[in-house]
Design a protein around this ligand. Structure first.
Ligand code: AMP
Ligand code: MG
Length: 283
């Protein structure tokens, strides 16, 4: 970084990031969290954009450091309803990082082989290794969301999964993984607008699935499933953040700030340089 760049922590120190963090055991009421609000950040939209640009640069530096140090592992879980902005936040927040150290794993309807195993079987191979950052675009949480709403397995099975998931994530944390979980919270009206936009634009139409309409009809059931999942699995070590996501710029600013803060907290350092490197003359 050049000398006149802002000190890293200045980039988000005036943003109230913990406003959206869900405390362990909290009763989550999504109706009380307004997807439209932008109040954790005081500045204007222009200032937000400036801030976002600086945070992108900082994230790039930190990700390079993560890769170089080869010690920590970072897992970011992104969940949302259809059109909630999962793809959007992933492409904007990670646009500046080095693809060599960052992976995205997208979890779709399980294949016949996947469904023939326990629900974490397909997930575990994708968790990040040392120096890596992995983004889950949907995740094992689908197994207590769509699976619960559509009763794809009996309640006696899915109801035990919250505890499995907590234990699984704690295992990852205990072994050196930092976990951040984002729920991108949009309103049903905003989803309607975005679905209409998807259908109207030929280059977006492929994203629209007829099944999205069935999911939309069960909106309230999904909100309930999210509330239970988030409340039961937000821990000090693997916290959920409910991000107001009707406005893309605000969603992006909150997510990147939370991520950069988590990376700063790792207090990473470049590995020791081999003895004698400083005096080396390349002929
Ligand atoms: P998309 O992310 O829009 O491409 O859609 C992927 C679809 O796969 C969504 O409808 C998810 O709910 C669904 N899906 C993901 N994981 C599971 C799962 N474990 N069981 C059933 N459906 C799932
Ligand atoms: Mg979809």
């Amino acid at each position: 970084m050049s000398d006149d760049s802002p000190s890293p922590t200045d980039l988000f120190k005036d943003i109230d990031l913990d406003r959206y963090r869900v405390k362990h055991g909290a009763i989550v009421d999504l109706a009380k969290i307004d997807p439209q609000e932008t109040s954790a950040f005081d500045g204007s939209r222009d200032e937000a954009q400036e801030r976002f640009k600086a945070l992108l640069e900082r994230l790039d530096t930190l990700q390079e450091l993560l890769f170089a140090e080869n010690k920590h592992r970072v897992l970011i879980v992104v969940q949302a309803m259809d059109c909630g902005g999962k793809d959007g936040v992933i492409s904007s927040v990670f646009e500046g990082v080095d693809p060599a150290g960052v992976n995205v794993a997208s979890f779709k309807v399980p294949s016949s082989v996947e469904i023939a195993h326990d629900y974490l079987w397909r997930v575990h191979p994708h968790v990040p290794g040392n120096g890596e950052m992995t983004i889950f675009n949907r995740s094992h949480y689908e197994d207590v969301l769509i699976v619960r709403v559509l009763e794809l397995v009996p309640e006696a099975r899915w109801s035990k999964r919250y505890d499995h998931i907590k234990a699984f994530e704690q295992l990852l944390v205990d072994e050196g993984t930092t976990i951040i979980k984002f729920f991108l919270h949009i309103t049903k009206d905003e989803q309607a607008e975005r679905l209409r936009d998807r259908i109207a634009k030929p280059q977006k139409r492929w994203k629209f699935k007829m099944g999205d309409l069935e999911t939309r009809k069960r909106w309230d059931d999904y909100m309930k499933a999210y509330e239970v999942a988030i409340g039961r699995t937000s821990t000090a070590d693997a916290p959920w953040y409910v991000i107001p996501a009707n406005r893309n710029w605000y969603r992006d600013l909150m997510c990147i700030s939370i991520l950069v803060r988590a990376l700063e907290n790792l207090a990473m350092a470049y590995p020791e340089v081999e003895a004698g490197v400083e005096g080396v003359v390349i002929e």
